[in-house]
Design a protein around this ligand. Structure first.
Ligand SMILES: *[C@@H]1O[C@H](CO)[C@@H](O)[C@H](O)[C@H]1NC(C)=O
Ligand SMILES: *[C@@H]1O[C@H](CO)[C@@H](O)[C@H](O)[C@H]1NC(C)=O
Ligand SMILES: *[C@@H]1O[C@H](CO)[C@@H](O)[C@H](O)[C@H]1NC(C)=O
Ligand SMILES: *[C@@H]1O[C@H](CO)[C@@H](O)[C@H](O)[C@H]1NC(C)=O
Ligand SMILES: *[C@@H]1O[C@H](CO)[C@@H](O)[C@H](O)[C@H]1NC(C)=O
Length: 477
């Protein structure tokens, strides 16, 4: 039924306008980031806090309660979710004196100068090879009772991130249900705990895994929030424009099926790897930039999922850094927004300010914008297309990059005069800089048409001005 009105809604949206959009923006969801530290080459916690501050990210999720990290975050204004690791679940479940002393030494000394807002008790516990599931809810209860003891139960929430593998069915979204063997032992008791304590469900959702395993049936555009024809849920007619929304709604449907419609959700992890093994289809820098860039825009420009359209999405990106000591396939070590030296792996806006500065209201693919761009004076105006540029994807290697550069400057008709020796964009004299200049020229000349920033994977679209020395990258010809 809702689907029938969908196109009607869109045209209403463009007629209706300004105050509505203003509302939509101010009511948008929140973006945070997971600060994982399974690495031996990361900056110090205080450098990381400065990095977070400079990116404008003001919510962070940790995987423990490391003292140096919690101290560095003190007074930063950054909201923090900490964790009690899976290894401590059995002790935490066994005895409240354990959680009393854990809270006393890991929470109380830091709160409230460090803005701890939640404790993740365990992580993806149902798939923990050590079978810690029976300990989960008792541990959550004990931690909660310890918070009461220290009188901080009303300001700090307790939850536990679940993996999507907790679902038995997730397609179509409306048929979402939890695994039957988990429902009575742990899901229902946990949901009832969340309800009683006014907390929310944490969900780790990775469209990347679903895409990787089903490249024949799932379109990459659908997985990356790019323009696509959408997927209609045959049970209720709801139209899904992204795999992410479909995954989240499968969890909502599973909650509804157990009559826990009132439980809110935070997406405690989601991300896309910028690198992977050859058999990890979809991994790569350009796709990671698309996924995360489009996700941030989707979250910050408001709106819930088709099943819960009025509930904004709060999402923690995974992850802040590439983590070199993670095991598993190459992708595991390449989910970061940043390299350990604090250089960006790719350039995407992470805050509403960055979005509103007009740099990025088009899909990273460069197709037409549906989200009007607010202008700088705060008035919402319906401007045409936000700015995008095309840059080189160094991952493809020098040979492919050079071939693509030759094509762009030759047959492609890009304006390559500025990168000739002596001209304005000759410096920096690197292949990546020259190729980026040429690709961007081609892309702009083709009016940023879809597919015009690709060059066989050697290029991708960015939403912020490329920075190569003093060279200016045009946005129109
Ligand atoms: C964060 O950065 C802003 C400027 O961008 C500065 O005014 C503020 O003091 C910084 N906060 C901390 C805690 O470093
Ligand atoms: C915190 O615990 C106290 C004592 O049990 C209770 O009265 C209060 O409602 C709790 N606060 C919240 C937000 O649950
Ligand atoms: C992918 O390739 C790696 C080696 O490059 C191998 O270890 C792994 O098992 C492969 N994974 C699958 C799912 O085939
Ligand atoms: C969402 O909010 C609108 C406007 O307040 C309301 O008409 C609609 O019924 C709500 N939808 C749901 C699913 O709650
Ligand atoms: C987005 O880019 C990909 C890869 O370049 C291309 O296959 C796809 O058709 C593009 N989609 C749109 C809507 O432009």
């Amino acid at each position: 039924m809702a689907a029938i009105n969908f196109s009607h809604c869109l045209s209403l949206l463009s007629i209706l306008s300004l105050s509505f959009l203003r509302f939509a923006l101010s009511d948008s969801g929140l973006i945070g980031v997971n600060y994982g530290r399974v690495a031996n080459d990361l900056p110090s916690p205080s450098q990381v806090v400065q990095l977070l501050n400079s990116t404008g990210l003001n919510r962070v999720k940790l995987y423990d309660t490391d003292a140096s990290v919690l101290t560095a975050l003190s007074g930063s204004g950054i909201s923090v979710t900490v964790a009690l690791p899976n290894e401590k679940l059995s002790s935490a479940a066994a005895d409240q004196s354990f959680t009393d002393s854990w809270v006393q030494s890991n929470i109380v000394p830091y709160y409230p100068k460090t803005l701890i807002e939640a404790i993740a008790v365990g992580n993806e516990v149902f798939v923990d090879p050590k079978n810690t599931t029976p300990f989960l809810v008792p541990a959550m209860n004990n931690v909660y009772n310890s918070l009461i003891k220290y009188n901080i139960n009303s300001s700090i929430k307790i939850s536990s991130p679940i993996a999507l593998s907790a679902l038995q069915t997730s397609y179509p979204s409306s048929s979402g249900s939890f695994k039957s063997e988990l429902i009575e032992p742990v899901i229902k008791p946990m949901l009832s705990f969340l309800r009683q304590t006014g907390s929310y469900l944490m969900v780790n959702a990775y469209p990347f895994f679903a895409y990787e395993a089903n490249t024949d049936t799932i379109s990459l555009d659908y997985a990356l929030f790019r323009d696509n024809k959408g997927v209609t849920d045959a049970n209720n007619g709801l139209v899904y424009k992204s795999l992410f929304d479909a995954q989240i709604d499968a969890v909502f449907a599973a909650l509804n099926a157990l009559n826990y419609n009132d439980i809110k959700m935070v997406v405690s992890e989601t991300g896309w790897p910028s690198k992977g093994d050859e058999n990890e289809s979809g991994s790569g820098q350009a796709n990671a930039a698309s996924y995360n860039g489009n996700l941030v825009r989707r979250v910050l420009t408001g709106g819930g999922t088709p099943l819960r359209p009025n509930e904004s999405l709060n999402v923690y990106l995974f992850a802040l850094f590439n983590e070199n000591q993670k095991s598993g396939p190459t992708s595991e070590r390449n989910y970061g927004l940043f390299y350990p030296n604090e250089q960006k792996v790719y350039d995407i806006p992470l805050t509403r300010e960055a979005l509103e500065s007009g740099q990025s209201t088009v899909p990273v693919n460069g197709s037409k914008s549906q989200v009007p761009t607010p202008s700088n004076d705060g008035d919402v105006t319906v401007s045409a297309v936000g700015q995008t540029w095309c840059v080189a994807n160094e991952e493809v290697g020098e040979k492919k990059l050079q071939a693509a550069l030759d094509y762009a400057c030759g047959e492609g008709g890009a304006d390559c005069r500025p990168i000739q020796q002596g001209a304005t964009c000759y410096h920096p004299n690197t292949l990546a800089a020259h190729a980026s200049y040429a690709f961007n020229s081609y892309y702009q000349k083709k009016a940023r048409g879809s597919g015009t920033c690709n060059f066989g994977g050697a290029a991708y679209v960015v939403t912020q001005t490329p920075k190569y020395g003093d060279c200016k990258f045009p946005t129109g010809y």
